[in-house]
Structure formats: C-alpha cells, structure tokens
Unconditional design. Sequence first.
Length: 422
Amino acid sequence: MKISSRQRSLAFLLIGMFIFTMTLAVSGAEKTVVLRMNSGQPDLEYFTNINNLNRAYQKVKPNVRIELETFKNDGEFNQAMKIRKAANELPEIMIMKPYMLATFQDTFVPLNDLEATKQNKYAKAYAIDGKILGLPSASMNDFVYFRKSIFKEYHLKIPKTWDEFISTANRIKASGKYIPILMGAKDAWPDYSFNELMPCLIANDGKLWNTMAGQDEPFTKDKPFYQAYARIQKLYDAKVFGPDPLGMGFDQARAMLISKKGAMICAGQWFLSVYKQNGGDLKDLGVFLIPVRDRAQDVLNTIVVVDSFYCTPRDNKYLKESKDFINWFFSKKYYPGYMAFLGQTSTVNGIDTSVPLFKEALAGEKINGIVYDGGGLEFTKISSAVKFDVKRMGQEMIAGKDLDQMMNELNKSWKEARVNLK
C-alpha cells in the first residue's frame, strides 16, 4: 500500500509526540538517591531486623535508599573516615562519637536550622563556635550490671561507696566460685568506665579534658586525674577481674555474665540490649551506679554520656535529602522505638524512653549528672602528640605498671607538647 506524504507526516508527528511525552514522564520521575550511613551493633540489629530503616524511610521518601556501612569498631571507623575525607568519599550520614567532632569540624555542615536541632536537649552544648555540627541520638549513664542471685548467695548489699564496691568484689573473690568483675580488658576499651570517665567524676567537670589542655602538668597528685587513677589503682590491685583479665575480650566477658560465671560487669545503658539479644536472664539482672564517692550520704556524681551524633558532610551532593532524613529520624515516627530497643535515654524533648530497670537504680539517690565532653581541638592536638590513651593506660595498670612513673612520664611529655604546639 502506498503511503501518502500526508500520512507519513502524521506518523512522524505521532512518534514525536510519543517520544516527547515519554521524555516528560522520565524527567518528572524522582531520581533514586542513595544515602550511605555507618552503623554497628546493637544499632545494626534494629536498623536491619527489628524495624528496617530503609523500608521505614521509603514509606516516606520512596526514591531514597539507605545503605548501611559497618566497621569493626570506632577506631577503624575514625581512621577510614580520615582516608575517605582526603578522597572526597565520605558517606552522606555520619554517626560520630563526641570526641570526633573537633577533628572533623571543618567537614560537616551546620545543622542549626533543622527542626530536629530545636528539639534536641544536648545539641547546643556540643556546638563549636556556635555551629551545631551533629545531633546526638542517645544519652546514658554507666552502671554496674550484677547477677542478683550471686549477691543473694553471699548476702551482699548494693555498695554505696568506692571502698564498699571493692569490698563487695573481694567477698565474691574469696569464694573462688565466680569472677567478681568481668572486664574483657584484652580489648582495651571496656575499662573506659574507670579510666576514661572517673577523672571527670572526681573533678565534677565534664569538660576536664579541655581544662587539662590549658595545664602544663595535669597529672600531679593534687589534680583530679591522679586522684581518680589512685582510686582505680586500688581496685586493680585487688585483682578482682579473674585470673587473666588481659587475656579475655569483652564478648567473652559478656558471655560469662550471661552464663553466670561472673558477678558484675561495668558498661553503659547500651549493654542492656546486648544482654537481651544474647539470651541473658533479665529477672536475675540488677544495676547500680558506679559508687565513686567516699561517704554514702554524699551526692553521687554520675557521668551522662551523650553519644552517636548524626552529621552530614558539607560537600554532600544530597545535602537536602540528608537533612530531611535526619529530621525524620529524630521524629516520633521512628526514633522512640529505636531508643526503647537500645535501652538508652532520649535526647529529644517530648520523647520519654526511660527504662524501669535504670529508673529504679536512680530512685532514692542524690545524683549529680555530669555531661561528658570528649575534648576540644586543643586537647585533641596535645593528646595526639603524646599518644595519650586512657584505655591503654588501664591495660598497663592492670598489668602492673607503676602509677607514679606513668604520671611523671605524662607530665613531662604533656608539658613538652604544649610548648611545641604553641
């Protein structure tokens, strides 16, 4: 059949209209956006299995996909981010420890304008030069977790002072049946409840690291750091961490508490979810605040650790989408269930996620909460120069290194570092 020029023109017109219509449809469709975010346990369990983060957010933003990146520990993550920063390959959402904020302060975009920022209880306290670079998602106290049945077996009461705490551990040790305090010191970080936090408790100053950054010799006997470490040394000298505390990692220590081979373990509120996930007997689990005081009638200082700061890089090509995600994450649509799963305390006004187990431990005590600051830029520079690592120092103390020698060496290197960095 012969096609006329008019029919041919009409066919081309229809094809052109079809292509134009399809082009509009494709251009009108929202582009898929991938937001990468770091995560680790126990958060990862919630984000993937309990209330899948990606699926939950795609109900709100179907074109946005959340991809989780995992790291072995905070040190590995910190090092990886330094490398990726140089290569301009940072994830869109970065969950940072408080001490990391100073190091990466030139990396993040300020979040002062977010609605989630206005509702956050602690964000302003961690601002750097007025810029809120991250929103903390959790606050928590550190507790001593203990097996109630072991305390009952030896007619033990909850210790109210530091000396009573050591005495309680010694009584359990004398039985030879249980390890009094499970540490897992092979991993270094589990001694943070003592070696990292206690100096701030003794000083009644959550910003002690920044105070020390302005001192030439912050490790002398009249200073809070030494005074705290003298108390810690007394505990370590009691040898209440089992026959080989430096040969046991934290996972093994946790398992021994669950299997009732040990009586106590010190950790933050995050430990409750770990204990539950691994089959721990909740009916036999009690908690009390680490009793860092000399008299039971004194006010009990306790550290409030504000943690897991949600940040986004300033060179993020999906900056708007990242900010929208952070706003949503801290809303009532997702955040309360996440905090309840972790057993941690909400940082958001109007959202109460308190856990009865911890509320009972706080009831009846005269408590002074000290918000912990991981240290500013000057402290970070000095500590890096002298390789100041309180967790490693804990290991050395457990191994028997002389405290006075350690403090004298630190005073010397600290003073030299301050001179060299001026």
